[in-house]
Design a protein around this ligand. Sequence first.
Ligand SMILES: *Cc1c(COP(=O)(O)O)cnc(C)c1O
Length: 958
Amino acid sequence: MSKPSLRDLEHHSAFIERHIGPNDAEVAHMLRVVGHDSLDAMTDAIVPASLKATGGLALDDAMTEVEALAKIRAIASGNDVYRSFIGQGYYGTHTPNVILRNILENPAWYTAYTPYQAEISQGRMEALINFQQMCADLTGMDIANASLLDEATAAAEAMTLAKRMGKSKSNTFFVADDVHPQTLEVVRTRADGLGIDIIVGPAADAASPDSFGVLLQYPNTFGHAADHAALAEAVHARAGIVAVATDLLALTLLKAPGEWGADIVVGNSQRFGVPFGFGGPHAAFMACRDAYKRSMPGRLIGVSVDAEGKPAYRLTLQTREQHIRREKATSNICTAQVLLAVMASMYAVYHGPEGLTRIARRVHRQASILAAALRKAGVSVGDAFFDTLHVTGVDAEQIHLYASHQRINLRKIDAGSVGISLDETVTRADLSALAKIFGVDLTDSAIDALDAEVDDALPASLARSSSFLDHPVFNTHHSEHELLRYMRALADKDLAMDRTMIPLGSCTMKLNATAEMIPVTWPEFANIHPLAPPSQTRGYRQLIDSLEAMLVEITGYDAVSFQPNSGAQGEFAGLLAIRAWHRSRGEGHRNVCLIPESAHGTNPASAQMCGMKVVVTRCDANGNVDVGDLRAQAEKHSANLAALMVTYPSTHGVFEEDIVEICEIVHQHGGQVYTDGANLNALVGLAKPGQWGSDVSHLNLHKTFCIPHGGGGPGVGPCAVKAHLTPFLPRGHHSADGTVGMVSAATHGSASILPISWMYIAMMGKTGLRKATQVALLNANYISKRLAPHYRTLYTGRNKLVAHECILDLRPLEKATGVTAEDVAKRLIDFGFHAPTLSFPVAGTLMVEPTESESQHELDRFIDAMIQIREEIHAIEDGRLDRDDNPLKHAPHTATAAAASEWTHAYPRELAVFPLPVLKQQKYWPPVARVDNVHGDKNVFCACIPVDAFKEAEDADA
Ligand SMILES: *Cc1c(COP(=O)(O)O)cnc(C)c1O
């Protein structure tokens, strides 16, 4: 045997083999099953030659984990962490370490999927209902949702909710001039898309103009809390709706907006334990009147009952959402901010109402003391503040200079004023340093003396008297052991990728490698305020430029904006760019958006948000875009054609041959081609949308590029465009002149999770990325072929092969036996699997996307389960199992049911819970039986379950 060279040994990148599930022997075996000699031969048989990217990927070779971490460490060191008292919606916070390690750094939480499958998602839905309860309690509103993307987009959603609910005929929305500047900007962008007029003026004017709704901020962006009760009454008197942006910590001391007339309340939960992260991700929220709940945007967790009559959580009122209502949906929100909402809710569970109040009191005391010290120096600081001083009458330039000498950032307001926002991390040393900037010597004893002397700054009339967070969950887990075990108990109820593959079509659930996650919590990335001066954020700039260059190379586009913080937001940004481009050419009338009927629900919902008219085009019998119909529609709407939104490879899991022609047809009629990039995992290293004629795409970094799904967020949905659209990327992009306003609150969106995608690309390199795509194709075809004798794959492309996912058609089985795709999804839980995507894009089917990260062993485990389920269906067909009383209809089976002294089913207990022998060695027990969807939507209840509800269920049992 020849000895390997040191260079070969050194350059062997183990990461590629760690990320890609199957080893070489497994790849060889699976290729034989699929019927090809090599990955390249199989790829040639799947991907149309006309699409193949020329010249491979011009990226670096793969780095090892150690090398990549060292490189990104060097990038991170380009960021300089100052103490930031800038405020403006972002505040310092201590992430409790027990939450940092056991939620943010715990794959049981961060690798989970959106809780569509209620039975395996009870843990995270409990955490989310705690979030809803927390937001509803603190704001004094009836109901709150389970997170929005950021405060500014939440304010924009409040505007559209007000438009839907309002009785006023007005098309004008009034925004107070003392809301956060980024909130105003994002509201303006949204209003522009929908053709709503915005008036900005002093809050006091909100009563007079005739608008369908108003947006106030409480306390306002400069820190002042005004009593808006009379104003709210006046707005109501003219049938207007009052939306309020607020701060959750301030509300522990301040009268809740719901108690002085707010109809909708929005805000950010960032300061409940989630670091700055240069702007995100953080969980925003919306709370509102009960009467608005059926019109609310975003995810809502509700309480229903399971088949055993016990309370159980589920996503409620999904009929509002884009995946069902499409262009008539209440918003385009799909991915939200679940992981961050879970963190914030645990922060409230840990501190409880008293702990939160103590934190707020401390911050307020510090602000009052600092205010007194500055006033003594003859400086004006504002009044009726909670944590923020509006310092006026100063030479701001000098002040910022002195501040920077102390490595402190203050808010830039204008030449004569600055802002100072305090938070729970502020120490006495910080107070002294802040005072010193203004020439005041604030010693330890001077702090105590002022503390004795000065009153609180909040007016008595605005003092909060109502209680909040009374539910036991916020009053029980205050010791670290209690919280640790509570979080563990919740995580144990759920199936995430730390236990099983999650074979979801469209929502690529691949490995989220630990090394990718490591940099996220480094202080150089986590502790940077989004408005920190550029001299302190060079590291971020380098990271963003580097990742942009990588994605440009991978996609064939020319520029990328990272501002959109979800795929749907990326769609919105991309369509706005198309619209602005048409306008710039004097063709602003172009407003028709063609969307094939198989499209993801976010596509039509986003088009509607840009004021576009959605025209649905047909698919043919093979699931492809019906080119004839497309051509006819493009011709019919030629004068007004704005865009086509098309997913590639198609949502049906095939590489359509005609995509180049489709792009040409759209261009001939003056339209632009928007390619939904959620399926890029089938393309990386093989084909580039920017090369085959597409003009713009969003990418889902939380799918293809390894940002974990977090149980339903965070996400990053960068918008990638060809050069002609670059000037129309959302404002803040370094190469854009800002024709299109911001779509998110922060310039670079959820910047602090970009290191994950950077690490992935760096560690895979050009060879690894290409191979990953090929193995993703192989894994999908392996499943399709192995299951072919048992389930029909609905659509195939060239050479009878699928792309990276396959749709299993269960409709014939339903006809024959009454077994539905949903029954199969629920039965998979008894085997310990998360179900594939149910009934999208075709009702009555399951869409399976295994990804490259699953080994043959894991694929076989899934295939065995599916074959056993098919056997059970056969047994129903033959009459060996009853048509109604069979393990599919009653799945999933709980331990309670299996252990009950009486077993009433017509099939054996053992078949119910151990349908395969291997399950006796390792078994997942669902905490609830099948959850009743109809009951949940009829009896909408979206708060923590009252303790006696569990007792009632137990009593009924006994
Ligand atoms: C996931 C997905 C989206 C939406 O992305 P979000 O980040 O959830 O908003 C859009 N289109 C397709 C095809 C998807 O799979």
